[in-house]
Write a protein that binds this ligand. Sequence first.
Ligand code: PMP
Ligand code: GLN
Length: 385
Amino acid sequence: MPHYQGQMSSKLPNMGSSIFSTMTQLANKNSALNLAQGFPDFSPDKELIKLCKKYFNGKNHQYAPMAGIPELRNTISRLAEHWYTQKYDPATEITIVPGATAGIYAALTALVKENDEVIIFEPNYDCYVPAIRLQGAKPVYVTLQHPEYKIDWDHVKRLVNFKTKAIIINTPNNPTSTLFSAEDMRHLAELTKNTDIWILSDEVYEHILFDGYEHQSVARYPRLAERSIIACSLGKTLHTTGWKLGYLLGPENLMTEIRKVYQYMIFSANTPLQMAINEYLETYEDRINLASLYGQKRDYFLQKIKKSRFKVLPCKGTYFALLDFSKISNEDDFEFAKKLTEQHKIASNPTSVFYRNKINNHALRFCFAKEEKTLKAAAEILCQV
Ligand code: PMP
Ligand code: GLN
């Protein structure tokens, strides 16, 4: 349709479609296996679907309370205490949101002002920077070096100044599959002590850690918990990314501000799904054994590609594995990922897109949240490349 001729100045001038949409479209166009976008290709638990049917057939089709149905907030409070020994008050310290992305956006909108600085570690998940920029604030990058992606905390310390408003962390990490250690948490606590800095802790992969590693939630550390908002995703935990439900945990003073924004941004999340998930989590919480489920998938996939020319980087958590292709090609990683999709019919994610300056480490991210037959087919292709 024709559009008016006036000047339209974009608020995000250099931002295109997300890499996940781009690669998914390319995968679909080429009928390629999609290991690019992170989502399971298997169904959620039948019991959960049964509960959804029950609540969709019931009478609960109107708005939920703004912060989420109290029953689900109570259940989450109990689980968070069980997992991390930190008590969150369901009335004031837990908010159910339609996916972690919405929660992260609401938190940054509520708590970051124009000209503030927010420290982030790159490579970083894609939704932080636009949310920071839209507040007129500035992302301050700490670049982690491939392939270890270790944090130099002295460097981070040098970046902190009176403008620093927040630090965003993400463990287990997308896209690097690395984890924060207890030592990292100690540094973070030391760095933020006696400051007004708050922490946004993206913990959407909180249950997906391998080889006996324990999740370092900020909730475990009272000194960190008192200044942190945790973003969680029920989409990851229940294999239901398309349902877009998640929650935020955090102290009342921060949560009150976030709710002020959230009530005008979205207001409340899907009622029947909250009810179904609550009943499921009340009864089936012990079935959340993602470490074992995804640990087996990781091992299966990585074993099957052992004979390929890709080099596997350490994968300690999340459902992504980074594969180094430098023995196969010197190309730009996006071009190489495109070629794999178009010619070999397998889609992955280039990792340069997670860096502001598009650093090419010759590494591609593959999602292994897939059925065995998908992983087998993917591995067969990769062994031919
Ligand atoms: N943070 C990270 C690190 C993610 O990988 C994702 C999505 N996979 C999200 C946040 C967003 O989660 P949701 O789908 O619940 O919005
Ligand atoms: N978080 C998913 C990933 O990393 C993608 C979510 C999305 O498509 N926005 O692949």
